[in-house]
Design a protein around this ligand. Structure first.
Ligand SMILES: Cc1ncc(COP(=O)(O)O)c(C=O)c1O
Ligand SMILES: [Zn+2]
Length: 276
């Protein structure tokens, strides 16, 4: 992190001054509103280029993660190349590296269809080659940031079901032996996962339950109003796609049991990591 000595912020025209009340110099761009278009600060790039001991090797943008659409990558590459061409002419920037950011989307829920890696590659590389031709630039070294897409599907978290509590007219809570400390995403911003009662994988009956964590915080909810096979104490509750967020993999003793539990999922899961 650096403190800029520019008049405006790095990606928008908001005044850059210190000592004012919080949230005074803000606009839709720096508040991250959808549809806004950040533009890098030319003065910051010029100053970096002029600074002895600092080598500007390229440009990077972070679009947000995970991104299910491809068009933003094409647009971002074009914006970066147009800016690189302008900075090249004005200040001698040589674009050796370019990164259109990440991360690639993963399928958390059934029905979600993230692009294949090849489709991301096609969008980014075709955007890069066309853009370099259009802006008269040599091809830079391409950096990609797939992020969680590399590992998310390599793991499944298994929780053991504990006590349950019916709040009449509200919902049925079922507690498991994990929660906010090992899977922070659902409590933090209600992210959703595919899940299965692993010990009743072939059960077709469904019961609406809310899966609560063990950490005694009111926000420690892993799934809200999920339709799952009826849960009893001791059941195994499986969360898919959890390898990316510090979930300790709670694999059963011996992977053969796990394969049996997940007979209809196993072809899509590669087990990784160590026990607990
Ligand atoms: C600069 C940058 N690149 C890539 C990613 C993608 O990583 P992930 O998909 O694991 O969030 C992030 C995370 O938001 C990021 O900040
Ligand atoms: Zn702003």
């Amino acid at each position: 992190h650096v403190q800029l000595s520019t008049r405006t912020k790095m990606f928008c025209g908001c005044e850059l001054s210190f000592g004012k009340e919080p949230n005074v110099h803000t606009c839709p761009i720096c508040l991250g509103h959808p549809g806004t278009l950040p533009v890098p600060n030319a003065s910051a790039v010029r100053q970096a280029l002029e600074m002895p001991g600092l080598e500007v090797v390229g440009l990077h943008v972070h679009l947000g993660s995970p991104l299910f659409e491809l068009e933003p990558y094409r647009e971002a590459v074009d914006v970066l190349l147009a800016f690189a061409a302008e900075m090249g002419k004005k200040h001698g920037l040589k674009l050796d590296e370019l990164s259109p950011g990440g991360g690639f989307a993963v399928q958390y829920m059934e029905g979600q269809a993230p692009p294949a890696i090849g489709e991301y590659a096609e969008a980014i590389v075709s955007g890069l080659t066309e853009g370099c031709r259009k802006h008269g630039l040599p091809l830079p070294r391409l950096i990609i940031e797939p992020g969680r897409a590399i590992v998310a599907r390599a793991g499944v978290a298994l929780y053991t079901v504990g006590a349950s509590k019916e709040v009449p007219g509200v919902r049925r809570f079922v507690s498991v032996d994990g929660g906010i400390a090992d899977n922070i995403r659902p409590p933090l911003y209600e992210s959703q996962y595919s899940a299965l009662v692993a010990s009743k994988a072939l059960e077709t009956r469904r019961e609406r339950v809310t899966i609560a964590g063990r950490y005694c915080e009111s926000g420690d909810i892993l799934m809200r109003d999920a339709d799952l096979a009826p849960l009893d104490a001791g059941d195994s509750h499986a969360f898919f796609c959890t390898h990316s967020n510090e979930v300790r993999l709670k694999l059963c003793e011996g992977s053969e049991d796990v394969e049996e539990y997940f007979s209809h999922w196993i072809s899509r899961i590669v087990y990784a990591g160590t026990k607990d």
